[in-house]
Design a protein. Structure first.
Length: 261
């Protein structure tokens, strides 16, 4: 009996040691598991530099001329907001896409500006990307994919290869259906606050669905929005306030795009 008792004690000791090492992360302060605003800002700048190495960017004057009338109205209706948002315009006519990274950075391809029929459609897309930021989807994706220790190592070491991998993760189609649905709902509500009808987003997805065969299957915005039918129905059926009136942007969109891009 003594031998069995000692053996049992030994097993329990080893079991407790295993549990201590296994569950130790849960005992660390919450701050050690969060990407602080300063760290997020530093990493966002590294990602921006990496993306600039991959693409040509329009200068700020052109970016502001085309995007500011739209983004200003959206952000004026977003109160409070988690980030000071920065919008970047990428010179790539063949890509119909927009994506968000972290720390309020949102990237828009010139191909998307040429594809949309009006600024209201673009506003809906940008509202969706803002939703991913406000819902915490971007940092959540990085934490799940890489973990905090890897992110901190990248920031302190400045490893260009790892920064590039992080950029790929953020650009890629990594949001789950729940996150996409919540970002859509966020977009609808922000559009209404900004006096833009959510049906504009439905019109965009209808056009995109009709044009899909003309574009590669791996086109980001097509691949990341596979349930166009559901999204069209969601945007069209979203309830509007009784007194809602849309305030259209006073922009000759197609003419402006042809002259500048």
């Amino acid at each position: 009996m003594k031998i069995w008792r000692e053996l049992l004690i030994l097993v329990l000791v080893f079991g407790l040691i295993w549990l201590a090492f296994t569950w130790r992360p849960l005992s660390l302060p919450d701050s050690d598991f969060n990407l602080s605003s300063e760290r997020e800002e530093d990493l966002a700048e590294l990602i921006l530099d990496d993306i600039k190495n991959q693409y040509e960017f329009y200068d700020d004057s052109i970016t502001n001329m085309l995007l500011s009338p739209i983004t200003s109205r959206l952000l004026d209706s977003l109160n409070p907001k988690k980030y000071e948002y920065r919008f970047h315009l990428i010179d790539s006519s063949g890509e119909i896409n927009a994506f968000a990274t972290i720390d309020g950075h949102i990237y828009v391809f010139s191909g998307l500006l040429k594809f949309v029929d009006n600024p209201e459609q673009l506003a809906g897309i940008l509202a969706h990307e803002i939703g991913h930021h406000e819902n915490g989807d971007l940092v959540d994706r990085l934490m799940k994919e890489l973990g905090l220790s890897v992110l901190l190592a990248v920031m302190t070491g400045g490893d260009a290869v790892m920064v590039s991998e992080i950029s790929k993760i953020l650009i890629s189609t990594g949001f789950d259906r729940k996150q996409e649905r919540e970002a859509d709902e966020f977009a609808y509500n922000l559009m209404i606050k900004s006096q833009i009808n959510p049906a504009r987003l439905a019109h965009f997805f209808t056009k995109l669905k009709a044009e899909e065969k003309s574009y590669p299957d791996n086109m980001e915005i097509i691949a990341s929005h596979p349930n166009s039918k559901n999204r069209i129905e969601g945007a069209l059926s979203h309830p509007l306030p009784k007194a809602f009136e849309e305030r259209e942007f006073e922009i000759e969109w197609k003419k402006l795009i042809e002259e500048i891009l």
